[in-house]
Design a protein around this ligand. Structure first.
Ligand SMILES: [Zn+2]
Length: 246
């Protein structure tokens, strides 16, 4: 299983780093999130994913679905009904932006499927399992399994939810670490501090940790150090363009 980081910038893209988006390839190719800047990165690689999973509806995780729609609609008429998996309320909002009624090309290009935590789905050679993330809108953490190896992507989440359970024994945890330092008592409940990403990795017994969605105002080397203080396995920052063989 090959994981490619298209973008990992937390909350907004920068000139150097698109917002959240990852490709997972194992015969079948699945795109996890489609944040701003990830569509050009996808185009650069000449890849059309076999399925797209959107973790939640925040713009930094889904807005490049709109240029991807235009590309598929006009330039790739050979590709249709791409499975588009997302929690409730995501696809309706993106479709409304292009004014899509039921017979709009949006629903010819994409085949939407509403996903709830606890569900699973298969796309070609890849199995997907979904858990609940802790976020102010419906949000998923996602487990991808193929070739007897597995990756878990946290999406955006605060502490709790299904992330640690879903990650149990996984080979790679791609975990958000938006914040740094010890979580204060009045902590923001819907994102993780880097130290908490390390704690989840430790509790779940994963093979390797990639911290991602680090706020662009922070130094990711500090996030790696803080996570590594809790998790003894390998810890890296998910930099754009990075490829990880799982
Ligand atoms: Zn979010």
């Amino acid at each position: 299983m090959l994981v490619t980081v298209l973008g990992s910038s937390g909350t907004y893209p920068t000139p150097e780093n698109p917002a959240s988006g990852y490709l997972v390839a194992a015969g079948t190719t699945v795109m996890l999130d489609c944040g701003p800047g990830t569509f050009p990165a996808l185009l650069e690689r000449g890849v059309v994913p076999d399925a797209i999973v959107l973790s939640h509806r925040h713009g930094d995780h889904c807005l490049d679905l709109l240029p991807l729609f235009n590309y598929l609609r006009f330039a790739r008429t050979d590709v249709r009904r791409v499975p588009l998996l997302a929690p409730r309320g995501v696809v309706e909002r993106l479709a409304a932006f292009v004014g899509a009624g039921a017979d709009h090309p949006f629903f010819d290009v994409f085949a939407p499927l509403v996903i709830a935590p606890g569900e699973s789905h298969r796309v070609g050679d890849i199995s997907l399992e979904f858990g609940a993330a802790v976020h102010p809108v419906p949000a998923l953490c996602i487990k991808v399994t193929a070739d007897d190896v597995s990756l878990v992507y946290s999406g955006d989440t605060g502490p709790g939810g299904d992330l640690a359970g879903l990650s149990s024994g996984s080979d790679l945890l791609l975990c958000e670490a938006t914040l740094q330092g010890p979580p204060p008592s009045d902590r923001y409940p819907y994102h993780l501090h880097a130290v908490e990403a390390g704690e989840v990795a430790l509790a779940a017994g994963v093979g390797r940790l990639l911290v991602t969605h680090v706020s662009p105002t922070l130094d990711p080397a500090v996030s790696v150090r803080e996570a590594a203080a809790k998790f003894e396995g390998r810890v890296d920052h998910a930099v754009p363009g990075m490829e990880v063989q799982v």
